[in-house]
Design a protein around this ligand. Sequence first.
Ligand SMILES: NC(=O)c1ccc[n+]([C@@H]2O[C@H](COP(=O)([O-])OP(=O)(O)OC[C@H]3O[C@@H](n4cnc5c(N)ncnc54)[C@H](O)[C@@H]3O)[C@@H](O)[C@H]2O)c1
Length: 482
Amino acid sequence: MRQSLSKGDITYTTAASSSSSADDKYILKPIPSGHGRVTKLAIALSLLTVASLIVRESWNFQEVTRNSVGKFGSGSFKEGQEYFRLLDTDHMDNYIEDGEDALRETAERVKDACEYTHEQYEKEPKPVAKTKALVTGGAGFIGSRLVKELLRVGYDVVVLDNMSTGKESFLAKKATLVRGDCRDYETVFKTIEEHEPFVVFHLAAQSKVLPSLKKGVDFVQFSIEQNVLATENVLKAIVQTRHASSDSGDGSANAKYVDRKNQPSGLHHPQHHKARKSFKGVQKFVYAGSSTFYGNNLRNLPFQENSKYNVLQHKTASTSPYATTKAMGETIVKLYSESYHVPTIILRLFMVFGPNEPSEGLDGVVTGKFLKQFKANEDLKIEGSGNHFRDFVHVDDVARAFVLAAQSSIEQNGHVFNVGSGKLKTINEIAELVQPDEKKRTHVAKRKNDLIGTLASTCEAKKQLGFVAKLDIEDWVLSQKV
Ligand SMILES: NC(=O)c1ccc[n+]([C@@H]2O[C@H](COP(=O)([O-])OP(=O)(O)OC[C@H]3O[C@@H](n4cnc5c(N)ncnc54)[C@H](O)[C@@H]3O)[C@@H](O)[C@H]2O)c1
């Protein structure tokens, strides 16, 4: 005899008879009696395991939500978990429509534990004398401000840029510009060989999310070439231009002499290598990573560097070819640190704003676009509801973070640091700052796959690099309106 028990959409069936059928997997068999102590012990152990799992999950969950959604601190765990499942869906597009209130609340309540400036951690870059720095992508929005900061601190700066989005007008006169493409290994090799930099900052990239979303499937390959293969070229050239004094030829930092004729296969190097003995090789490599690494996942806000929710793991859907390929770039950086002993640091930049920010087209950033529309006396066009939020960080703070990273004595083994302000603003808040007149703010179709929210955990960068973001987005926006 069979009895049906309904639980939600699933129908469970209890079987009184022992006959088996194809439906057996759905059958909840009654626990046979008379199995004595062993069965009771097994049941007790199972209950204990289930209970401990529940407690552990509850702890994890409370850890996750501790700083984020205040109401769950006092509210029921079940309520909180369901709420967060909503945010954790793989289909965030639906979530936007479903969960505007949830999104607003998250933006209001989520906090970076190190949000407030810890003056005890704050450091300034140390002045240097004639240390050579190479900045790939140094004519771009962030790169050009990094170049300025490096020159201020005392570095000699060489820029390698193909000028695809960079502009010569951004570039400080004292910097040496090499026009060339990081996708071309020989160009990168020659640049390093000729200029012998102590530190390389790698910013050259397909640098924005939107072009990588709008330009179709061929853009995936382009993004891989730009963000993965070009990164690998720079790292490989660092290994190949090393001077060392053993003939191990393994490209390791400890090798004393690199016999370039006997390099491992696949490590191509140009024939014209000069092998100057005075050059000890590039000693530091700093990679411009991206907060898009954390994907569209509010579960672990504020984003911590070691988050398991990221676009390289199944827990989080990638939002764009940009996000995936920038994250792949990180993986290559780590490979070169671990296998070829290149001293590396990865900085995950959040939403950068400030002088020279792009203000139009697919590269345009929201602050630049809004200010442009405001100055042209046009309505501000807010994509979607405007409840999305970002951790905005000033480009000159970012530039300082790069220099602090290069000067830091922490282990340079692919160590990752967030570079954000630890404060968030919704897009609506930015729009209101730019255009206080509500009638001149309009909403247009939301952007597909747009990131819902980002917020950096700033603790690591503060404690280990001495990096504290100092410049405020409100000041920047207001200064641009006059
Ligand atoms: N802007 C942001 O908010 C942000 C956020 C996270 C990460 N990043 C990263 O920071 C870096 C700089 O971004 P940005 O906003 O200054 O972008 P950008 O486009 O202004 O700068 C990129 C620079 O690299 C150059 N370039 C591009 N491809 C090149 C190649 N193959 N060889 C040589 N030069 C090349 C461009 O001409 C440009 O000068 C990028 O790696 C980007 O992914 C930026």
